[in-house]
Design a protein around this ligand. Structure first.
Ligand code: G6P
Length: 606
């Protein structure tokens, strides 16, 4: 996490750095800071809190310098404070450093530097880099950078300024994202390409371990061994991130409302009159019946999208399908071979654990397909094949359209794969195609929930909420609970409805809210029994079900009614009112909905 930005050119750097940080703030918002350089030395300004606090502080300063680095922090080492905010500066003020990642051996380096008399001003892992640079510097920044890198272990993208070289900006990337923006007489670095789009679409992706030196007119790269290297600039086709919320009070609500359009954009290119087309995957296997197992790997909501997809993939293709958390998968030595297809799912395409899982899968010989929203992201670039969701830029930290488009894309994939393997009848194929074609319109209807706001306000003062469901309803329960806890800070738990009685039912008492997700056809009677088990113990139940099944639940307290939808698309349709529910609860509690405490949108540390 953390966002870094850098500029060298002919314009004052500070305003550009602040604009870039505004586009990177989703990566962390514990503090923000910038450093600029000229022959007078380095000027640093950094503040705990949101970017707005830094913007206010910078207002009083005269900053004409045309080179600088900026940072927005998600705290790992050291609590949020002015002192722990980046940039970190070496003792005599010669070097300033911004960092995204973790220097794993910082403690021993710090002890060594302290033994040499260096006085530290922060608790961060990053500060060692600034001091080490100053210690080894003998007039050549490039050599100093390589010498310091040889001492670091961990993951890092670094932006570096040296007061001796005020026309130059140095950068490094290893296992943390970094992109170079090439402009006319100006160059940029950023953690994410979206921060560069207002200024340039020409970008260079440094390779692992590259060191970069930028001047206003030049970009020089050295590979990890110190050899000069040429990396091709690429043209990025993405649109610049919508900078405002329009008529909406929060990005999250805007993004919830954008879901019908995002689903349409994701699905339409792949739907023909007769079936599903995924040209991106053609040729990965000569015969798709060779695949003998699927493994879906992801984090957070993307993991929940994978969990929902597992039910559809197994049902439609007959293939054993596992879903694993990337942070577990990467260290569990999973048995893989060329006939195990690994599907990694990531909105940002930069999540550190998902990226590591992808690399581990490839190392073990498995082909990897990525479902990714951000084109050009590291996961997109490193996977064998990519299925692009078309959610557009997602700004709110809590994902909504990112998640639903992932579920939709995995649904397309399930139908396509089933067809390739010959496991679908013509009748089944047609009905699945109709379900996918209808999804954007059905999602639009799912947004119409007149009673949801009142219900959310009623439950907003609760301390805990349970979500139960079976099959894909259970997958949605996981996502609904996550959504509620991340933005409203209410303790929420999801349980497979049949599992609750194996312990957790002891927490149900008079008035405990339980949301029962009851859309899955064929399991309604089972769920009804589970609802009765909790109402018998005093729970107040809200049932979410479809028009078709609503009569069955009429006696069970509050009922939210959704349009009828088949299992393939239910996890999308059902998630939408749950997103709205979390949104209205958080609003009623006065929470910072778009930037919930302690979270970051792109998690680039493990
Ligand atoms: C963070 C975000 C979640 C997201 C998860 C995985 O935790 O806050 O919303 O689901 O990362 O992100 P990815 O970009 O890989 O989908």
């Amino acid at each position: 996490m953390c966002g870094i930005i850098g500029y060298v050119g002919n314009k004052p750097a500070a305003p550009l750095l602040l604009q870039g940080l505004a586009r990177l703030e989703y990566r962390g918002y514990d503090s923000a800071g910038l450093a600029v350089a000229d022959w007078g030395g380095l000027t640093v300004c950094k503040r705990q809190g949101r970017l707005a606090v830094l913007e206010e502080a910078v207002k009083g300063l005269h900053l004409p310098q045309t080179v600088g680095i900026g940072h927005t922090r998600w705290a790992t080492h050291g609590r949020p404070s002015d002192g722990n905010a980046h940039p970190h500066v070496s003792e005599s003020g010669l070097f300033a450093v911004v960092h995204n990642g973790i220097i794993e051996n910082y403690a021993s380096l710090r002890r060594e530097l302290e033994a040499d008399g260096v006085v530290f001003r922060s608790d961060t892992d990053t500060e060692v880099v600034a001091h080490l640079l100053e210690q080894v510097y003998d007039g050549d920044v490039k050599t100093a950078v390589f010498t310091v890198l040889s001492r670091l272990t961990g993951a890092y993208a670094l932006g570096i300024l040296c007061a001796d070289r005020p026309g130059e900006l140095f950068a490094v990337c290893k296992a943390s994202p970094l992109v170079i923006g090439v402009g006319a007489e100006e160059q940029f670095i950023a953690s994410d390409v979206t921060a560069l789009l207002p200024y340039t679409r020409q970008v260079i992706w440094p390779a692992e371990g590259d060191v970069v030196r930028l001047t206003a007119s030049d970009c020089i790269l050295w590979d990890a061994t110190g050899q000069p290297v040429c990396r091709q600039a690429e043209q990025v086709m993405m649109e610049a991130m919508a900078a405002d919320k329009g008529e909406f009070p929060h990005f999250m609500l805007k993004e919830i409302m954008e879901q019908p359009a995002a689903l349409e954009a994701t699905l339409a290119p792949h739907l023909t009159d007769t079936g599903v087309r995924l040209e991106e995957l053609e040729g990965l296997f000569a015969d798709w019946r060779q695949v003998h197992r699927l493994v879906i790997v992801a984090c957070g909501s993307a993991y929940h999208a994978g969990t929902a997809a597992k039910y559809q993939l197994e049902r439609l293709t007959g293939l054993p399908t596992e879903v694993d958390l990337a942070s577990e998968f990467r260290y569990r030595e999973p048995p893989l071979n060329p006939y195990t297809l690994v599907v990694v799912v990531s909105q940002s395409g930069e999540t550190a654990d998902t990226l590591a899982a992808l690399r581990e899968a490839k190392r073990r010989g498995a082909p990897v397909v990525a479902v990714v929203n951000v084109a050009g992201s590291t996961i997109a670039r490193e996977s064998d094949r990519v299925l692009h969701t078309q959610a557009g830029p997602e700004v709110a930290v809590a994902t909504t359209k990112g998640y639903t488009t992932q579920v939709a894309m995995l649904g397309l994939f399930a139908v396509w794969l089933a067809h390739k393997r010959g496991s679908l009848s013509a009748v089944q194929g047609t009905s699945l195609l109709h379900a996918l074609q209808a999804l954007p319109a059905v999602a639009a209807r799912a947004l119409e929930q007149p009673h949801l706001c009142r219900l959310a306000e009623k439950l907003a003062r609760q301390e805990q909420v349970y979500f139960i469901g079976r099959n894909t309803d259970y997958a949605v329960a996981l996502e609904a609970a996550l959504k509620l806890k991340e933005i409203s800070y209410i303790h929420a738990e999801a349980y497979a409805a049949g599992e609750l009685k194996h312990g957790t039912i002891s927490l149900i008492e008079e008035g405990t809210p339980v949301v029962a997700l009851a859309c899955h056809r064929g399991l309604q009677q089972k769920l009804l029994s589970n609802i009765r088990e909790v109402t018998a113990r005093g729970a107040q139940v809200v049932t979410v079900t479809t028009e078709e099944q609503a009569p069955l639940f009429a006696e069970e307290g509050e009922v939210l009614i959704l349009p009828d939808t088949p299992p393939l698309t239910a996890a999308v349709v059902e998630a939408i009112p749950m997103q709205l529910f979390a949104y209205y609860v958080a609003k009623a509690r006065g929470c910072d909905i778009d930037k919930p405490r302690n979270l970051a949108k792109s998690v680039t540390v493990e």
